[in-house]
Design a protein around this ligand. Sequence first.
Ligand code: ZN
Length: 365
Amino acid sequence: MTLPTPADSFSQSYVEASAKFRVTAAGAGAALTRYANPNRGPNGEALATDVARFGPADAAGVLLINSGTHGAEGFCGSGAQIALMAAGWQRRLPPGVALVLSHAINPYGFAWLRRVTEENVDLNRNFVDHAQPHPANPGYAEIHDWLLPAAWEGPERETADAALARFTAERGDLASRTAQSSGQYTHPDGMFYGGIAPTWSNRTFHAIIDAHLRTAQRFCFFDLHTGLGPSGYGEPSYVGRDTEEGFAEAQRWFGPDVTWLSRGTGASQPLGGHIGEPFAPYHARGVTGPVLGIEFGTHPREVVRTALRAEHWLHRRGIADGQLAARIKRDLRDAFYVDADEWKAQIVARCEELTGKAIANLAQA
Ligand SMILES: [Zn+2]
C-alpha cells in the first residue's frame, strides 16, 4: 500500500481520520484495538478510540502518543500520528521498546466539532478524584453568564463583553484566565467543566494505559493539543510527575524549551485534573518517564477564545442548525486546526523530533 505524505496524513472529518488511522496502522503492521463509544456522530457514524501498538508485547520501554483529548484538536493529533507511521517510526524501534498510538480519545468531540466530551466535560479537567470535594473556582461563577450571554450578537453580547473586560481589568489577566479556563465543577452547561464523575473517555484512557504499560519499566507520554502559543510551534509542557527531578528528566530528554504546567512557565495557566494524573500510580511504583502535553499554536489567543465561547453558547442554547450555527462550528474547527501544508509540515517535523528523542532515551534508560 502507499503510505500518506505529511499533508495527506491530515483529514477533514473524524470519519476520514478514523478510517485513515486504521488503514495506515494495519498496513504498517500494528496490533489494533478498538474501544467503541456508545454515541453516534452527526451523520450517524460509529464513534471509537482506536489504539495501534508496534513492538514487543512485553516491552520494558513504551512511548504512548495520544490524540483528541480535546475533541476537535484531534485534526492535528490524528494527522501527526498517521504521519509518524507513514514516516516509518514503527520500524526504527530499538529492542524492548514499543510505540503505542491512541487515536481520538474523545471521539464524540472530534466528530461533533466540540472541544469537550459527550458529557460537556473538558477531559483535561476530568482526571480528579471524584470521591473528594471538587476543586473550587469561585471566579467562574461570576463570569459564567457573561461568557455565554442570552444572544451571541447584539446588545446582550456587548454588555457581556464589557463585563468580562471589567473583570480582567480589576482582577488581572492571570486571575481572569484562571476563572475562565482552569476548570470548574459547578456549571454542567458551562465552559471548562470538569464533570463530577469519570467520563467515557476518562475510563477508556485508564483501560488503554493499563493495557499498554503493563510490562513497562519506563515510558514516555505525549498528549497532542492545539490552540495555545505561536502558530506552528509545538511547546512540550511537562505535566507529571510534578517534581524537580521529573522536570529535570523531561528537559534532559527533550531540551531546555520544555515548560512546566504547574509552575505556569508555558502558554497554559496551571490546571488540575489533567490527563497526566492517571500516570501517578505508575510513577509511585517506580515506573519512570516524562509525561508531556505538546501544545501546537494555531491562532492568536483571542481568536481561539472567541471561537470556543461561541461554540459553547450554541450548545447551551441548543441551536443545531442555521447559518450562524454552521459558521460557529467552522470557526471552532479552524481555531484548533490550520488547514495549510506549511503548518502541517511544522507539526509533523516537531512530532518526529520529539519521537526520536523519546525513543533514544527509552532505549538508553
Ligand atoms: Zn487541548
